[in-house]
Design a protein around this ligand. Structure first.
Ligand code: PLP
Length: 401
């Protein structure tokens, strides 16, 4: 019996080595990776520059604590300020922690303005993490059930519905911020409209609220720009980040600017490991390599190749509801639960997963080539077709019995 706490339903495969967009399991079987450890392994596996930088940093110093200056943390913050267009960075270790910091900034911002019970507008179907505050912000009963009482101070609105947030603004004087994923990842690759994001920016400006965009999954180059909000031409006040930021080394960041800058002061927040020399070396090296290798352009191009190949391979297949995505964040919505496809894909030498029960999700490393993108579709599309055909036959025979 394993002593690992049983909080995940795991596939019976263990990857022991990787290179670029490829992984090998214990038996030596090779897999094309279209998941990147859930949007984490930006540079793929065994990237020579990252491997070298981490080894060199490990040989110097791994950790010193935030009681001291950390030059590579300052360099990482400079890089993040450049790519986000924002001012200051709080470093932590994960996406939920980045969102916790965002929630604390919003509450502190409210209290500083005399709002005693500050509230944050959050969306249906959203995912912000598994800590108590972030699961309370999350719009999924499945995530919350069993962990009540929830943290208060969240007001929920339907996703991509500006009118709903406007109506909340009219009646709720406690609102101080809006927290939204520009593309819902766990919720099923749901893309908000750019007008919605611009409308939220205007609404937040009008009411002096903070616009907080959770780009933990969709950010950092995956959609062809550094951040989804850059497609909409807006600047948010707070951006929680994690996942792809360290290309596999755990690191999160809560980035603040505009009216959210300088809200948190010494003593207001902290994290022992946050921004240590090892994780910040990963941040600096990841961002530099993405620039040098033009990985944003690659993500946009290969993402389009994958979506077009999927559209061609699945054209007219009954049961395929929609193929959607931006860059290398892609979902194939089926009309029925399809969790078993993740296992079938592994058998076929492909790593993907299924989210929101019925959405096949692809989040490949940003180094994936066009040929690899086509290969991923060549492995995936027949599985989807076979799954839907099998289901249809089972349905028919049940109906005629
Ligand atoms: N926010 C979003 C949009 C996410 O997709 C996730 C994880 O999937 C999180 C927050 C939580 O991140 P973590 O698992 O690193 O705490």
């Amino acid at each position: 019996m394993s002593h690992v706490m049983n909080t995940y339903a795991r596939q019976p495969v263990a990857f022991v080595r990787g290179e670029g967009a490829w992984l090998w399991d214990e038996s030596g079987k090779k897999y094309l990776d279209a998941l990147a450890g859930i949007a984490v392994s930006t540079l793929g596996y065994a990237h020579p520059k990252l491997t070298r930088a981490l080894a060199e940093q490990a040989a110097r110093v791994l950790h010193t604590s935030n009681l001291f200056r950390i030059p590579v943390q300052e360099a990482a913050a400079d890089r993040i300020a450049e790519i986000t267009g924002l001012d200051e960075v709080f470093f932590c270790n994960s996406g939920c922690e980045a969102n916790e910091a965002a929630i604390k900034i919003a509450r502190k911002y409210g209290h500083d303005r005399g709002v005693q019970e500050p509230a944050i507008v959050v969306m249906e179907n959203s995912f912000h993490g598994r800590t108590l505050a972030t699961l309370s912000a999350t719009g999924s009963r499945k995530v919350q059930a069993g962990f009540e009482p929830l943290v208060s101070g969240f007001v929920r609105a339907p996703y991509n519905d500006l009118g709903a947030v406007q109506r909340i603004a009219e009646i709720n004087r406690n609102v101080v911020a809006v927290l939204v994923e520009p593309i819902q990842g766990e919720g099923g690759i749901n893309i908000s409209s750019m007008e919605y994001l611009r409308g939220l920016r205007e609404l937040c400006d009008r009411h002096e609220w903070l616009l907080m965009l959770d780009e933990v999954q969709c950010g950092l180059g995956r959609t062809g720009k550094w951040f989804v909000y850059q497609h909409a031409g807006i600047l948010p006040d707070v951006v929680p980040l994690a996942k792809g930021l360290g290309s596999g080394v755990p690191v999160g960041a809560c980035v603040a600017g505009g009216r959210a800058a300088r809200v948190l002061k010494p003593g207001n927040h902290g994290s022992t490991f946050g921004g240590n020399p090892l994780s910040c070396t990963a941040v600096v090296t990841t961002i530099d390599a993405m620039r040098e290798e033009r990985l944003l352009e690659n993500a946009a191009r290969v993402g389009q190749v994958i979506r077009e190949a999927l559209a061609a391979a699945l054209a007219g297949v009954a049961g395929v509801v929609e193929i959607r995505g931006m860059g290398l964040m892609i979902g194939v919505q089926l009309d029925r639960p399809c969790g078993e496809l993740a296992r079938a894909a592994l058998d076929a030498g492909l790593v993907i997963n299924v989210t929101a029960d019925s959405v096949v999700r692809m989040l490949p490393p940003l180094v994936m080539s066009e040929a690899e993108g086509r290969e991923a579709v060549a492995r995936l599309a027949p599985l989807i077709r076979a799954f839907l055909a099998r289901e249809a036959t089972a349905h028919q025979s049940a109906a005629t019995r």
